[in-house]
Design a protein around this ligand. Structure first.
Ligand SMILES: [Zn+2]
Length: 175
């Protein structure tokens, strides 16, 4: 199980925060059973930096003695299941939303074609689910907005990582 820590928007910020205030990563309670004390349980490492200068990136883990489970705490900038940071996906998403072709988006972003296509499909397939939950948080996103207008409005006000963190907290599976 992964918890996402808000407002850590870059790997440098994550590495600095983990060194200076590691306690800020400790969950207030176990995400599984809500037990109030979880123990530090080391770190695992993720390959998360495409320039490779900051890899391997440590991700702290915690153990709950009550339900015998572990959880990891990711900084907001790292998606739970992909090594491309949200900021890379945001670039891809904004290029596509602006009407660029997949080919052009691949050339501009350097991300593989299949990956770009997979993300784009996923965002389209999940639109009604994602937009429903995000509108509950932010009514100003409007009930009548269609896909492109909705996401353009949303991403003008917050990074993609924040929108995805909120969806993750609601139990939605994020791409
Ligand atoms: Zn527990």
């Amino acid at each position: 199980m992964a918890i996402i820590l808000p407002n850590i928007l870059s790997l440098l910020q994550h590495i600095g925060a983990l060194r200076k205030e590691p306690e800020s990563y400790r969950p207030k309670s176990c995400p599984g059973c809500r037990h109030a004390t979880v123990w530090c349980h080391g770190c695992y490492t993720r390959k998360a930096d495409e320039s490779n200068t900051l890899n391997p990136v440590p991700i702290p883990r915690f153990y709950c003695p009550e339900c015998d489970s572990t959880c990891s705490v990711l900084p907001e900038c790292i998606p739970p299941r992909s090594w491309y940071l949200w900021k890379v996906r945001q670039i891809v998403f904004l290029l596509l939303l602006a009407g660029n072709s997949v080919g052009r988006t691949v050339a501009e972003s350097g991300v593989r074609r299949q990956t770009v296509q997979r993300w784009w499909r996923r965002f389209q397939d999940c639109y009604s689910d994602y937009s429903f939950h995000l509108r509950n948080h932010f009514p100003w996103l409007g009930r009548q907005t269609e896909f492109t207008e909705f996401w353009a409005k949303c991403l003008a006000s917050m990074p993609l990582s924040t929108a995805m963190r909120l969806l993750h907290e609601e139990g939605r599976s994020v791409p």
